[in-house]
Write a protein that binds this ligand. Structure first.
Ligand SMILES: NC(=O)c1ccc[n+]([C@@H]2O[C@H](COP(=O)([O-])OP(=O)(O)OC[C@H]3O[C@@H](n4cnc5c(N)ncnc54)[C@H](O)[C@@H]3O)[C@@H](O)[C@H]2O)c1
Ligand SMILES: N[C@H](CO)Cc1c[nH]c[nH+]1
Ligand SMILES: [Zn+2]
Length: 436
């Protein structure tokens, strides 16, 4: 892991160090994905089966998981893992239930009532990564809020083979339309529809560079599907002062590095001793990992930055805009207001990032590539649409009519004006009749 002293770097070096490649920066990946999407659109299932054979080595036209297969998966699982999935599901539901937005009602002027309502998105596509590891926790992160929101059709796609834990978590979230397809081809199938998979309105979930690029491309086409966010290879940034425990920091850096060769882990510390001890602890702990090779590759583009003080450390973090931000300093809570760009923040030494990955209740689907500057952690708001309702009483119309008619005059829109004056005339007649 590269260690650098921030003070000694030029502006250009600092910018380079904190940047990551854009989603579509690989011309190869962009071209491959464009081709896959075009093929799925023109040849549907036939292309979907071909890609599943080519990329996932499964030669089958049976991509829909049956109810019997879901039940069999449940039977095979041990009680401890079932219980862990159940506890995580309840935790996630609890935190997401609290985000459910009640109807907002405001009387903006006497007799003028405005409301904001939400309505669940009808059909949602849930992408669950599966290339390098099955992620049942991701099923809960996208499935539980979709279920809570009341989405009508929950479609899950994940590359074969589907782990029993994935099927069990899906069942818990009420997902019964499950397909064993992955990659860009699964995203294209959900966005445009094929003979086996009917089109969805919005696609959720993280994935590798091919999946994320496919989501980007289908979301740019109005005939495609909306997407949640760019959620690519995992990242973590740790801010630490001299009070931090280097063994703890190393375990957090490695827990994201083991996700994929393209994951990135960053430590920004004000203390050179913590920097040195953490570098050593990372090497020691790396030896203990089952996915040592993957983590080692990720460490190749990970780094330790020595900052002059906490203020500079925070500035670096805000510029990098990490998916996960861990704060291991004295009184970590006091920094929260200054941490402007992060998908999810973990405060203090007793809050490892992995609790958010599984079961604290927060969502682990988070923007990466620096998109925490503009995108948010996945939440209930992503599964619904907002719409407004307004209702005016006779007095409400009387009160608002002068404003609306003058603005309609200013815009030269006489029909808009008449829609108000025609009613005002009617009200005037009624008033007259009432007086007689
Ligand atoms: N940001 C988040 O919220 C979040 C959450 C969980 C996981 N992740 C990330 O998701 C990613 C999961 O990646 P993964 O690879 O394990 O699973 P994946 O399901 O995203 O990708 C596997 C698929 O990629 C396709 N593919 C592989 N090589 C290809 C090639 N050469 N050409 C075309 N398609 C190809 C295949 O179709 C395969 O099914 C990791 O990077 C992990 O860090 C992110
Ligand atoms: N850290 C990942 C999000 O970037 C989510 C995850 C799933 N399982 C373990 N971790
Ligand atoms: Zn993780």
């Amino acid at each position: 892991m590269l260690t650098v002293n921030w003070q000694t770097l030029s502006d250009k070096q600092q910018t380079q160090l904190l940047s990551r490649p854009a989603i579509n920066s690989s011309a190869d990946i962009t071209a491959i994905v464009t081709d896959i999407i075009a093929n799925i659109r023109s040849r549907g299932d036939e292309a979907l089966f071909e890609y599943t054979k080519k990329f996932d080595q499964v030669d089958s036209n049976d991509i829909r998981v049956t109810a019997a297969q879901i039940d069999a998966a449940e039977q095979r699982l041990g009680s401890e893992i079932k219980q862990a999935i159940e506890v995580a599901y309840q935790q996630i539901r609890r935190f997401h239930q609290a985000q459910v937005q009640d109807v907002i009602r405001v009387e903006t002027m006497p007799g003028v009532v405005c409301e904001m309502h939400t309505q669940a998105i009808e059909a949602v596509g849930l992408y669950i990564p599966g290339g390098s590891a099955p992620l049942p926790s991701t099923v809960l992160m996208v499935g539980a809020p979709a279920q809570l929101a009341g989405c009508n059709r929950l479609v899950l796609c994940s590359p074969p083979p589907l782990a029993d834990e994935i099927l069990y978590a899906a069942k818990m979230c009420g997902v019964d339309e499950i397909y064993t397809v992955g990659g860009a081809q699964a995203v294209a199938a959900m966005a445009y529809g094929t003979q086996s998979i009917a089109k969805v309105n919005k696609i959720f979930g993280p994935g590798n560079a091919f999946v994320t690029e496919a989501k980007r491309q289908v979301s740019m086409d109005f005939a495609g599907a909306a997407i949640d966010m760019p959620a690519g290879p995992s990242e973590v940034l740790v801010i630490a002062d001299d009070s931090a425990d280097s063994q703890f920091i190393a375990s957090d850096l490695l827990s994201q590095a083991e996700h994929g060769h393209d994951s990135q882990s960053v430590l920004v510390t004000t203390c050179p001793v913590v920097a040195e001890n953490t570098a050593q602890a990372v090497l020691d702990q790396l030896e203990l990992l089952s996915r040592k090779d993957i983590a080692a590759q990720a460490l190749g583009h990970s780094m330790i930055i020595i900052a002059k003080d906490l203020e500079q450390a925070i500035e670096i973090s805000n510029t990098y805009a990490p998916e996960h931000l861990i704060v291991q300093t004295r009184d970590a809570r006091s920094l929260v207001g200054q941490l402007k760009n992060a998908g999810s923040i973990f405060l203090g030494e007793w809050t490892p990032e992995s609790v958010g990955d599984y079961a604290s209740g927060t969502n682990h689907v988070l923007p990466t590539y620096g998109y925490t500057k503009t995108y948010s952690s996945l939440g209930m708001a992503d599964f619904v649409k907002r719409y407004t309702v307004q209702e005016l009483s006779q007095d409400g119309l009387r009160n608002l009519a002068p404003t609306v008619t003058r603005l309609a005059d200013a815009e030269g829109l006489t029909a808009h004006k008449r829609a108000v004056t025609i009613r005002m005339d009617q009200l005037a007649k009624c008033d007259q009749a009432g007086k007689k």
